[in-house]
Design a protein around this ligand. Sequence first.
Ligand code: DGL
Length: 271
Amino acid sequence: MIGVFDSGLGGLTVVKELLQVLPGYRIIYFGDTARTPYGTKSPQTVTRYALEDTRFLIEQGARIIVVACHTVSSTAMEVLRKTFPEVPFFEVVTPSMKKALSLTKNKKIGLIGTRTTVESGIYQRLFQEADPEVKLYANPSPLLVPLIEEGWLKKPETRRIVKKYLIPLKMRGIDTLILGCTHYPLIKKVIQEKAGKRIKLVDPSEEVARSVKELLESSPELKQGLEPNGEPEVYVSDITPNFEKVATMFLGRRLKLKKVDLEKTHCKQYE
Ligand code: DGL
């Protein structure tokens, strides 16, 4: 079983891609809707939540974990990998960074994401290691997640805010833009329109799905242990009537959510 988690429902964009490139694998998703957003919280809190999310998925039988959240990918991977050394982890930052490097011609790359992701400085570090000539220009874009969760995907207000966030990056002459949040693929068309045709977009959901596929293709043992199945199982830590609507919008198909109280589950099992 492939375990996927996010702070909320945005990571379903990754599930959608996984279902496309790896049809038939059993996927279990956890969205921490009771504690979302993670993007405004401290790295310590995000790490604590990420440990609980991962533990839940492993207890349900997940053999590999896909961290479908840029905020967690930027802050918590070291602790996650140390705590669960036997589990292969995938995160969204490294494949997005590699894709941006392969696309850029002028080595000026833009990044939009939550505050925690941008302030983590992870992209600066990774680009510095990979190619010190790359200039990264980042702009935190905190208003986009609530607009997307509200379903305001094409509203004039959303277009105006996207435009505002992109202006400083365009002024720097970027030719590539990383969508540094798993919510953003939902407004990819608006972002592309406001960025202009000359700027290439890097979609984290496509990149991480591709890297999971590559691992499975090169590791038959791992592949054998992942039993095939149709519909993804989707758990959330809080449920409102609107979540079902939003989840269906993210995944692009009808979805029934199941509620799990992580705090209770873990109190019971770790007492
Ligand atoms: N999906 C989360 C991410 O990729 C954004 C939402 C949040 O702030 O929790 O960072």
